[in-house]
Design a protein around this ligand. Structure first.
Ligand code: GDP
Ligand code: MG
Length: 354
């Protein structure tokens, strides 16, 4: 989705992960026009007063704060800058929505969004009664009170539907597991290069449309290697410091990984060795948490164009020590298309049983 000007505020705690934070924003809005760092968040407005004054004169179309905002902080920002305010929770939920491959995932995402919005709408109502913000950012002609009631009802309906889906879930999963064509899930942290690899592997292939794959994520495409047909999904990334209130939505979105026959774990090998290893470890832990047991995993050590040969060898050595048994490791560069044939051979090897 392309939008107008996007201003992003990043707290100092994410200083080492700026690329990843910005990549989340770009995933949703396509662009980032301004980046500001916030050293000490202002308790009232999060963003510092002088900055708000500046923005008020030339408001961006989106004001994204990569932290969790309190409802009063959102309303206080809105009082100064008339624009859409999106915090880290809402932004990540948008990322999830782009990757959601099932009705349940979409419902979990909407539920999380409503739960996050309700206190905000309540704060609007309270402040509108005091005569502030009246008529501004209203959800149309209905007003906040009606909107609040609407959200509460919707919340109830969603909860009931999720329960219903869970009751029939086991049946559905069984149906979906063996549709004949193997399913490869590309997983990994934000910014590892999942989408780049997905595009490099599947080229301009159209998203998979007709049955039996309509239940899968929109980010799914066909892939043929050596005459073996498969489908590949660009799954939602693992996100550092995931807000706890959206874990359920995250797990529901990750269902694509549970449904896969093979996982390609993409890792950014250009980061410091320790970080690469701890990312692989925590990725494998997440697989475990979502009930992935005994599935083949290939680790694609991406971005090797950025490191030297010794670095690659050292990484492979270290990872072979720590990563679980059944994994294979293939150094690649998705962007520079280095060693992709070797990766394809490993992938097809899993399904040919070699
Ligand atoms: N140098 C280099 N950069 C890469 C490579 N693969 C991806 N990137 C860059 O890494 C960033 C994140 O890539 P993306 O595919 O969006 O990551 P995702 O969040 O895992 O989907 C982008 O700026 C890519 O251009 C690679 O092999 N080498
Ligand atoms: Mg991506």
């Amino acid at each position: 989705m392309k939008t107008g000007k996007v201003a992003v505020f990043i707290p100092s705690k994410y200083r080492d992960f700026v690329d990843e934070e910005l990549s989340l924003v770009k995933t949703v809005y396509g662009v980032v026009d301004q980046v500001h760092f916030v050293k000490r968040p202002n308790p009232r407005t999060y963003i510092q007063q002088d900055k708000l004054k500046e923005l008020a004169e030339n408001p961006p179309d989106k004001l994204v704060v990569m932290d969790i905002l309190r409802p009063s902080q959102v309303t206080n920002i809105l009082r100064e800058v008339k624009t859409e305010v999106v915090d880290r929770v809402l932004l990540i939920l948008e990322v999830f929505a782009q990757h959601a491959g099932s009705r349940e995932a979409l419902l979990q995402i909407e539920l999380a969004r409503i739960k996050h919005m309700l206190p905000l709408v309540r704060d609007f109502i309270r402040k509108s009664k005091l005569g502030e913000l009246a008529g501004y950012l209203g959800p149309g002609r209905y007003g906040y009170e009606k909107y609040y009631t609407f959200l509460r009802r919707r919340e109830g309906r969603i909860r009931r539907e999720i329960e219903e889906i869970r009751r029939v879930r086991e049946v559905r999963r069984e149906r979906r597991v063996r549709e004949g064509v193997p399913h490869v899930a590309i997983a990994g942290y934000t910014c590892a290069g999942k989408t780049t690899l997905f595009n490099a592997l599947t080229g301009k292939n159209m998203p998979v449309g007709p049955e039996p794959f309509t239940t899968l994520s929109p980010k799914t495409a066909k892939l043929d290697i050596d005459g073996v047909h498969m489908v590949v999904t660009d799954t939602v990334g693992f996100i550092r410091d995931l807000p706890p209130e959206i874990t359920e939505a995250f797990y529901a979105t990750l269902e694509e990984v549970t449904a896969a026959d093979l996982i390609v774990l993409v890792v950014d090998s250009s980061k410091p060795l320790k970080r690469v290893i701890s990312e692989v470890d925590s990725s494998l832990k997440i697989f475990n948490d979502i009930g992935v047991h005994g599935k083949p995993i290939i680790i694609a050590l991406n971005k090797i164009d950025l490191i030297n040969v010794n670095g690659v060898e050292e990484l492979v050595r270290e990872l072979s020590k720590s990563a679980v048994n059944a994994t294979r490791i293939v150094p690649i560069s998705a962007e520079k298309r280095i060693n992709l044939d070797a990766l394809k051979r490993e992938i097809v090897g899993v399904f040919k049983g070699t």
